[in-house]
Design a binder for this molecule. Structure first.
Ligand code: GLP
Length: 249
């Protein structure tokens, strides 16, 4: 019995439309929604679709707040590969979410203090209503790499060589990702009231199957999501390929 609802679509574009429609519905129903946001290539078409919905329907984020999952340690917020810059370019500058309520971990200063401050800020907002999550090829969520504790809080995490290799294309030529990032911990993530996991492309099929078909295990961080009662996986057929027919809604 798989403890997540799967919504499977023909293409990444169809996944993006569906995720955007879902987030729009949540924010329309509750304008003060606290969103947990994610970055990565998977989310580029999702923010594009959400911005389009916002423009076309007048959906406002003026009462909403957001907390991103992670940020590289030591990158200035305006570095071309920082997640702050990604969020500004793909989402924040196109919508009316107030800048003071659109937060990412402050990873270019005292990182330990930033981790504590981030946890406190999430609590002060009343917790995260809907957390968007991607998945790494090794099953990571946020920057919680294999071996991360399922009860971990916001912390400085070391990136694995495979994650550094996967994200190098986001950096200017000749630069590589920093070796560390601040990430919400798996425990922090599991406290969100709803989780939306997005996976597209054949490269995610193995990670998705490991996350939901085997018992939860710290070697696959995303398998912790089996311990959450309200997870929806939005994926395309290529990413769903390892799941068999058992999970399809
Ligand atoms: C990154 C991020 C994750 C993201 C994952 C997959 O390293 N820290 O939050 O979900 O890797 O990224 P992509 O969508 O580019 O495959």
């Amino acid at each position: 019995m798989i403890k997540a609802q799967f919504q499977v679509f023909v293409s990444p574009e169809a996944v993006a439309e569906a995720v955007a429609a879902h987030i729009a519905e949540v924010v329309r129903a509750r304008p003060e929604t606290v969103l947990g946001l994610a970055t990565g290539k998977t989310f580029v078409p999702i923010y594009e679709a959400l911005v389009r919905v916002s423009v076309e329907t007048g959906l406002s984020f003026a009462e909403a707040s957001s907390f991103n999952l992670d940020e590289y340690v030591g990158l200035a917020p305006n570095h071309p590969a920082s997640f702050r810059r990604y969020m500004e370019e793909n989402f924040f500058r196109h919508v009316d979410l107030p800048a003071e309520r659109a937060l990412l971990p402050e990873a270019d200063g005292d990182a330990a203090a930033a981790c504590l401050a981030y946890e406190a800020a999430i609590v002060a907002r009343g917790g995260i209503d809907v957390q968007l999550l991607g998945i790494g090829r090794n099953g990571h969520i946020g920057f919680n790499e294999p071996g991360s504790a399922f009860d971990g809080r916001t912390q400085v995490a070391k990136l694995t060589p495979s994650t550094i290799a996967a994200n190098t294309s986001d950096f200017p030529p000749g630069e590589v990702p920093p070796p560390e990032a601040i990430t919400m911990g798996i425990g922090t993530i599991l406290e969100a009231r709803e989780i939306v996991l997005v996976a597209t492309g054949a490269g995610k099929a193995e990670a998705l199957a490991r996350a939901f078909l085997a018992p939860p295990d710290e070697t696959c961080p995303a398998s912790a999501l089996q311990r959450h009662g309200h997870v929806t996986v939005f994926c395309d057929e290529a990413a769903f390929a390892g799941m068999g027919h058992q999970a399809k809604a």
